[in-house]
Ligand binder design. Structure first.
Ligand code: C2E
Ligand code: CA
Ligand code: CA
Length: 583
């Protein structure tokens, strides 16, 4: 084994703390002792690249391992240096928290730490450690340098050196970590932390002290978090930490208060924490995690309201039980297929004939499915629902396939569904049994979620197009469908948000907006559909702008009677373009 380093006169067994006068070469010792030590070292190397013994201050007393980027020479030359000097400056406080936790808890699981090599390059590694009662004053640390897709180089979202995950990063790991922890039987806890008045307090401090507070909290929360990378800052004064079960809320509050106090800060409000219990929910692990994500999302975005300093526990508990109940209902609606599909015609303005239909969901007791759909998106159940709806529409098309004028049907698929890694495969599995009939489907992309990766969404859309599905970008002009999507997504149709169409009839300003939007879409070569056409005036206005298609109560309300459209839709042009059947 290369690079074993110890000092003369070290005690007879184990990796013992040598004295400080360092010599890089191991000195001969009785054979048995050597073998004992090497055996221990061998076991430890099974899990690490580098073994380091430090004192409580972090000064390296012993170092063994393969040559690495931390030194130009043998790793033994690191003896006498402080471990903190090998770590990126942004991670030094964090390292201190980890060492303190080894001292306090006797053992820490490997956590991600960013080191700085002699070449000034930073690289992450996993640092684990323990202390032994028989060797007071020593900390035994392991460093795993290995890289690769599963190694510590595989950075999690948002985790730069010395940084907590941001709101999105935290939510994206939360579900995964909680489900995985439950599967593995690990007792992970989630603590939500509210430091009221944090922003104002930090702003009032001198720059150095403000940095102390920020970095101190950052380092402490990462230090107690699972793997050292499961802590996030959700808003200016809100944090979330996934941690092992040996961390308790009181301890977290005390530590944060001490960090603030040490920097000379004062909190006008207080610090509150809430630790979440998952086990009591009647949901399965995945759905319980969804309820949790929903609750944390609400905690992150709440400005006062449900989650104030005095009501954090109550607010969060209520939010969680509400989410659990609603998810249970949503599951039942999906599993029992407790929804119906209604159809609304989209009409070609030039001929006033039905061009295709849009399928819209109706859930019992709700006039509009919008709350249902939004909640399904928020808790990650929209995927199951969208695929089920696709199948339901295909079944309807199949039931009427002998009709001479079977209309095309647009279905709404959430961008979240389209971006899901399994989507293309499962969509193909759903549509394939229907053969050519499935190409009667148009896909409306309802971008009600922030699409951070337009290019990836476009990739999915182009694969669908090359398999013969036409795509329509929904709600263009509303806040939810951005200009980036309009430019970044190659689609066949753009549907102009209804509020624009109705607004343009009454306001010059809205009219100017509508005109420029239509202009952009036309230049991009898109066929245009105007929504919420309720009055003949709306239809005229769209025709004048050169919009090809329209949808709205003027032509027909959504209706369950698909047969009506399948049999008669070519005749619907009469009577001023109005579809006589109402939903
Ligand atoms: P959307 O895709 O923009 O659907 C058009 C909405 O406008 C429908 O509301 C429709 O009933 C309504 N509408 C149609 N004509 C008029 C009109 O002349 N005036 C006015 N004021 N409204 C009109 P609905 O059915 O309440 O659906 C709301 C939203 O829920 C939909 O907006 C869509 O985003 C979503 N949605 C509905 N069904 C589904 C579905 O099966 N899957 C998914 N992912 N989303 C769906
Ligand atoms: Ca739509
Ligand atoms: Ca729309």
């Amino acid at each position: 084994m290369e690079g074993l380093a110890s000092t003369p006169g070290a005690p007879a067994s184990g990796i013992r703390r040598p004295n400080r006068t360092v010599e890089a070469r191991p000195t001969p010792r009785p054979v048995q002792t050597h073998r004992d030590r090497d055996r221990f070292v061998g076991f430890a190397f099974a899990a690490a690249d580098l073994l380091i013994e430090t004192d409580h201050d972090g000064t390296i007393l012993f170092c063994a391992g393969a040559r690495c980027r931390l030194t130009r020479g043998d790793v033994a030359t690191l003896v006498g240096r402080n471990l903190a000097d090998l770590v990126a400056s942004t991670d030094r406080k964090y390292l201190r928290v980890l060492l303190d936790r080894v001292i306090e808890k006797t053992r820490i699981k490997p956590a991600r730490v960013v080191f700085e090599g002699v070449d000034d390059q930073r690289f992450p590694a996993l640092l684990g450690g323990c202390r032994l009662d028989s060797c007071p004053g020593s900390l035994f640390l392991t460093v795993l340098l290995a890289s690769g897709p599963h190694g510590p180089h595989a950075a999690s979202p948002g985790s730069g050196a010395g940084q907590l995950l941001d709101h999105h990063g935290f939510l994206s790991i939360l579900e995964d970590r909680i489900v995985r922890a439950r599967e593995k039987g690990l007792e992970h806890g989630l603590t939500l932390l509210l430091v009221e008045g944090m922003q104002a307090m930090v702003d009032s401090l001198p720059e150095g002290a403000a940095a102390e507070v920020r970095q101190g909290i950052d380092a402490y929360l990462r230090g107690i978090s699972a793997d050292g990378e499961s802590a996030g800052q959700l808003s200016a004064d809100r944090f979330g930490v996934i941690h092992a079960s040996d961390v308790d809320c009181q301890e977290v509050q005390k530590h944060i208060a001490a960090i603030i106090e040490d920097a000379g800060g004062e909190l006008p409000g207080g610090i509150r924490t809430w630790e979440l219990e998952l086990d009591e929910t009647p949901l399965d692990a995945a759905d319980a995690a969804r309820a949790l994500v929903y609750t944390v999302q609400a905690f992150a975005s709440a400005q006062g309201g449900e989650f104030t300093i005095s009501s954090l526990e109550d607010g969060a508990r209520r939010m969680m039980s509400d989410a659990v109940e609603r998810i249970g209902q949503l599951r039942a609606t999906i599993e029992k297929r407790d929804f119906v599909v209604v159809f609304q015609p989209i009409v070609a303005l030039a001929t006033e004939t039905v061009h295709h239909l849009e399928a819209l969901t109706r859930v019992d007791g709700m006039s509009s499915p919008i709350d249902f759909i939004t909640f399904a998106e928020d808790v990650g159940l929209i995927y199951d629902f969208d695929l089920l709806l696709t199948q339901s529409v295909l079944d309807t098309l199949k039931a009427f396939h002998k009709e001479p004028k079977l209309p095309d049907v647009a279905i709404n698929l959430s961008a979240k569904t389209l971006m899901s890694p399994l989507f293309l495969k499962q969509f193909q599995a759903v549509t394939e049994p229907y053969g050519a009939l499935s190409r009667k489907l148009l896909i409306e992309v309802t971008e009600t979620v922030v699409v951070t990766d337009i290019a990836r969404l476009n990739d999915v859309l182009q694969k669908l197009r090359s398999s013969g599905f036409r795509i329509c970008l929904d709600d263009v002009g509303s806040g939810s469908t951005s200009f980036q999507s309009l430019y970044g997504l190659q689609v066949d149709f753009a549907k102009i948000d209804g509020s624009f169409v109705r607004g343009a009839a009454g306001s010059q300003r809205d009219m100017a907006m509508l005109r420029s939007m239509v202009d952009v879409c036309q230049q991009l070569g898109l066929a245009l559909i105007g929504e919420q056409v309720e009055e003949p005036e709306h239809a005229r206005l769209l025709t004048d702008l050169g919009v090809g298609y329209a949808q709205g109560y003027l032509y027909g309300h959504p209706s369950r009677d698909f047969g009506y459209f399948a049999r008669d839709w070519s005749r619907m042009a009469g009577k001023g373009g109005k579809v006589l059947k109402k939903g």
